[in-house]
Structure formats: structure tokens, C-alpha cells
Design a protein around this ligand. Structure first.
Ligand SMILES: Cc1cc2nc3c(=O)[nH]c(=O)nc-3n(C[C@H](O)[C@H](O)[C@H](O)COP(=O)(O)OP(=O)(O)OC[C@H]3O[C@@H](n4cnc5c(N)ncnc54)[C@H](O)[C@@H]3O)c2cc1C
Length: 476
């Protein structure tokens, strides 16, 4: 007999909503999902934010549990590392991991969403499109929706369910209702750069125009702005320009055709010839802000819960927003398995296990803007080179990137280790003979990073690593 016999309303059929719908419907719950957009499988819908996404271990884990990983692999383009494009000279590739089985997957957001929606329906969830959540009555467990089938005359109606779960993204309507409660803490911030999507199409004969299996980065102006490009299956690249919204070098300032062309010629000279529709794309595609949302609590008693961007929208510089949101779904489902029908405990334990980790990835993602935009600079290349070598020589040493992207270690622990790793690396760098003799800046000016890495005494590096870790309470 099905023990999970009750109705659950999900708001939003984006990536978290569809993932959670699969997990809950598979248990036998009556899952009703209300999504304000049209069904993208039947009507052309704008892809919304970012056309492709990097999916890594946590996302793959959730996709495996939800039974769609093989379908996702068919639409994924592996990215084995970062390809940094300096202003002059050839691009420099740095692997993501020393483990050849660890890579990032560039996946089309709309296709990923479609696969998840189809699977959710297959396992019994009911998806209702063009239904916008307008209000929530927390006291009575009610949700008021507008039927947008006829956009000129939306029809309003109210539904109720014992459980309402909000997967409605960074501007969550459900969170807005929770905000009215006096003990609700909410921080909504705009990050210091905006973004705009651009494109590198396939070449004239359909061929790819840059190395395919890499995430390309053009970090500029001491890390103040950057462009990145993720590969697509059809030999195109989706580029994203991240730049301050105002000031000297900003999106605002690039307001005419000659200014855009000059700017790209000055800062992205190798990419410019590959971007024939740059000007058109620049004016056509919106400039969007990057929002950060942190809030608490994520739940209302045993009635409501927030999942995914609705409770923790993060900036995309660790490529973890979806991965973290999928991890929420897996954790919520695990709590259901452990404690059903005690929803109070299910929601409390879900919140307790996820909040700290969501905060950690939010901070790491903000910090990693610099990590990415400066990743092609000599100091960063030196540290990354040493880290990879450390991972090769001492399997107990794991970089923060490895822990975040290629493991299921909680984000909070990855962040703690990342901070300690900075200390380990700084001490190793300081002990390189050329750095000791001339200082890091001068050594980096005079020598190739490969030469400096050759100067590392690995026995000494091991001792530094063990000492720093044991002082910090981490066992090696
Ligand atoms: C530029 C950019 C690049 C990114 N790159 C990556 C990456 O490489 N890797 C990664 O892991 N993450 C990435 N992310 C983050 C990722 O996009 C989000 O974390 C993810 O989309 C969150 O999924 P979600 O389902 O919680 O929210 P959303 O994807 O926003 O889905 C919310 C859904 O709810 C619907 N909805 C909203 N309001 C209502 C309402 N009132 N009523 C009914 N339905 C509603 C929306 O239409 C939507 O379908 C990126 C984000 C940005 C902005």
C-alpha cells in the first residue's frame, strides 16, 4: 500500500521544481506543479537566464537518483578545465582535476528542464503551465493563482494543500509572503557585476571555432571584468560578459556600435573575429543583474518550505546554483524517507542540513568571481599549478574546487578546507627559492610559472600541509 498518500503543491517547474516533482511523485505523493510559463516542450519560450549551465558531481548525483542521468549525458559537453585567454600570446589550459574522471558538463538549460519535466510527468506528477502564483495564505495553507491561458483576462483561483513547496526561483512569491512574518530574516543583494549573453557561432562549414572541451575565460583589468564561453553540442559557444553596471569600464558605458567594437578589439582581440553578430547580440540581449538571496527560516511549521534559488540564489562563479538546488531536493526527499509523516521534523531537518551549506556556497561563489577573473594571471596560475601537483602527490590534499565540484563533501566543509589551503599554498609559494630571494611579485615577473613550480621542495610542502592541517584540527 502507498504510505505517501497526500497532495503536495509545488510552485515552479524550473530545475528544482521538476527535480523535486520526480522524487516526490515516485514515492506516490499526489504532486501538482504550477508553473507561470508556457510548456517549453510545446511552445517556443525564451530560455530565461543563461542558456547553458555547468553541472558537476552534485548535480550528476541527483540526476542519477532521479533516473535521468543517461539522457543528460547525451546532451552534455564535457569541459576538462579552464582555458585562459591572455591579452597577448596563446591561451593557457589548466585542468579542473588530476582525476581524469572529473570534469564539468556544459548542458543546455532548456533541454535539462524539458527532460526533468517529462520524467516528472512519467512518474505521475501533474504539471500545470501558465499558472502564476500570486499570493499565499500561510495561516490557511492556501495559494492563489492566476490562470494565464488567456493573458488578457487572467482567471484567479485558490487551492489548498497540507504541504506547499516553493521552487519559484530568486524572486519567489512564496518567500514574499513569508517576508511578512516578523522573525523572517532576508538579505537580497545585487552583485557588483551584471551579465550579458553573447555568442560564438560555428564556423562557415559548421566547424567549432575554439577548443571544444574547455570553459574559456578572458579575465581582464586586474579581474574587474571578464568574458567566459561554455561549449554547446552544436559547435557554438555561449559567451557571458560579466562587467560592472556603472563606472569607467561598464555595461552602461558600452552604448554605441563603435564603443562596443573598440572595446572588444582592445580587450578580447582573439574572440572578436569569432563573433560576427556581436553588435546585434549586444543590443538585442538584455543586461541582467546577478542577485544574491539569503534568508531564514526556509520553512513555515509543517506547512511550507522553500527550495533552490527561492531560498538561496547565488552568483554563478562556482557553477553551483543548480547543483546546490538539486542537493536541496535530494536532502528533502531523504528527510521524507526518514521521517514521514512527521512533516514538522522533515522540514526542520531539511532546513538544518541545508542552510549552513547554502550560506557556504553563496560565499564561495562570490569569492570565486576573483578566482575566475584572475585565473589567467601568473600568481593564480602558480598556485593552481602547485595545487594540482599537491593533489597528484598527496591524495589526502584536496583543493576547494575539487571538493565543491567533484565530491559530495558538504559545502561548509569545503569552504573551511579552502581557507586552510590558502595558508598551505602561501607558505609553499614563499618557500620557493626564487620567491624567497626576490619576493613573489618580482619572481613572477622574471620567471615562468613552470620554472617556479619546479623549485618547490615537495617534502617540505608535505610538512607544511600536514602542520597547517593538524593545527586547524583536520586530520591528514
Ligand atoms: C548567468 C547565470 C549562469 C548560471 N550558471 C550556472 C551554472 O553554470 N551551474 C549551476 O549549477 N548554476 C548556474 N546558475 C544558477 C541556476 O540558474 C539556478 O541556481 C537555478 O536555475 C535554480 O533553479 P530553481 O528551479 O530554484 O529556480 P529557477 O530556475 O529560477 O526556476 C524557477 C521556476 O519557477 C517559475 N516561477 C517563478 N515565479 C513563479 C510564480 N509566481 N508562479 C509560478 N511559477 C513561477 C519560473 O518560471 C521558473 O520556471 C546560473 C545562473 C545565472 C544567472
Amino acid at each position: 500500500m502507498n504510505q505517501y498518500k497526500e497532495k503536495i503543491i509545488l510552485i515552479g517547474a524550473g530545475l528544482s521544481g521538476s527535480m523535486l516533482a520526480i522524487l516526490l511523485a515516485r514515492r506516490g505523493f499526489e504532486v501538482e506543479v504550477y508553473e507561470r510559463r508556457p510548456d517549453r516542450r510545446k511552445e517556443t519560450v525564451d530560455a530565461g537566464r543563461s542558456i547553458n549551465l555547468a553541472v558537476s558531481a552534485r548535480g550528476i548525483h541527483a540526476l542519477t537518483i532521479s533516473g535521468v542521468v543517461e539522457k543528460i549525458r547525451e546532451i552534455a559537453t564535457p569541459m576538462y578545465g579552464r582555458m585562459n585567454h591572455p591579452l597577448e600570446g596563446n591561451p593557457i589550459g589548466t585542468m579542473y582535476s588530476v582525476n581524469p574522471d572529473h570534469w564539468q558538463n556544459s548542458v543546455s538549460r532548456p533541454l535539462l528542464n524539458e527532460i526533468l519535466m517529462t520524467e516528472a510527468e512519467r512518474v505521475g506528477a501533474k504539471l500545470h503551465f501558465k499558472q502564476r502564483c500570486d499570493a499565499i495564505d500561510i495561516a490557511n495553507n492556501e495559494v492563489t493563482l492566476s490562470n494565464l491561458e488567456n493573458p488578457d483576462s487572467p482567471q484567479s483561483y485558490t487551492l489548498s494543500a497540507g504541504r506547499i513547496i516553493a521552487c519559484d526561483g530568486a524572486n519567489s512569491a512564496v518567500r514574499s509572503a513569508m517576508k511578512k512574518s516578523t522573525d523572517f530574516q532576508l538579505e537580497e543583494k545585487r552583485f557588483r557585476v551584471d551579465y550579458k549573453e553573447l555568442c560564438i557561432p560555428a564556423g562557415p562549414s559548421g566547424d567549432i571555432q575554439m577548443e571544444k572541451n574547455w570553459l574559456h575565460i578572458w579575465g581582464r583589468d586586474g579581474g574587474n571584468f571578464m568574458m567566459i564561453a561554455l561549449p554547446n553540442m552544436d559547435n557554438t559557444f555561449t559567451c557571458t560578459l560579466f562587467m560592472p553596471y556603472e563606472g569607467d569600464k561598464s555595461m552602461q558605458q558600452l552604448d554605441s556600435e563603435p564603443k562596443i567594437a573598440d572595446f572588444f578589439q582592445q580587450y578580447f582581440p582573439d574572440a572578436l573575429p569569432l563573433m560576427p553578430s556581436l553588435i546585434e547580440d549586444y543590443f538585442h540581449n538584455p543586461t541582467s543583474a546577478l542577485g544574491i538571496v539569503m534568508c531564514y527560516p526556509w520553512i513555515v511549521e509543517d506547512k511550507m518550505a522553500l527550495v533552490g534559488d527561492a531560498c538561496h540564489a547565488v552568483v554563478p562563479f562556482y557553477g553551483q546554483g543548480v547543483n546546490a538546488s538539486f542537493e536541496d531536493c535530494i536532502e528533502l526527499d531523504r528527510c521524507v524517507e526518514s521521517y514521514y509523516p512527521d512533516w514538522d521534523r522533515i522540514f526542520r531537518e531539511y532546513q538544518q542540513n541545508r542552510k549552513e551549506n547554502a550560506d557556504a556556497i553563496s560565499m564561495m561563489a562570490q569569492e570565486n568571481f576573483e578566482g575566475m577573473s584572475k585565473s589567467g594571471y601568473p600568481g593564480a596560475l602558480l598556485r593552481r599549478g602547485i595545487e594540482l601537483e599537491m593533489e597528484k602527490r598527496f591524495p589526502e590534499y584536496k583543493s576547494q574546487y575539487e571538493l565543491v565540484s567533484f565530491s559530495l563533501v558538504p559545502y561548509s566543509e569545503a569552504r573551511k578546507k579552502g581557507v586552510i589551503n590558502q595558508d598551505v599554498l602561501s607558505q609553499i609559494v614563499s618557500a620557493i627559492p626564487e620567491v624567497r630571494a626576490e619576493g613573489e611579485e618580482e619572481a613572477l615577473r622574471k620567471y615562468e610559472t613552470a620554472t617556479l613550480i619546479k623549485g618547490v621542495n615537495w617534502e617540505q610542502a608535505k610538512t607544511i600541509f600536514q602542520e597547517v592541517y593538524s593545527k586547524s584540527g583536520f586530520l591528514v
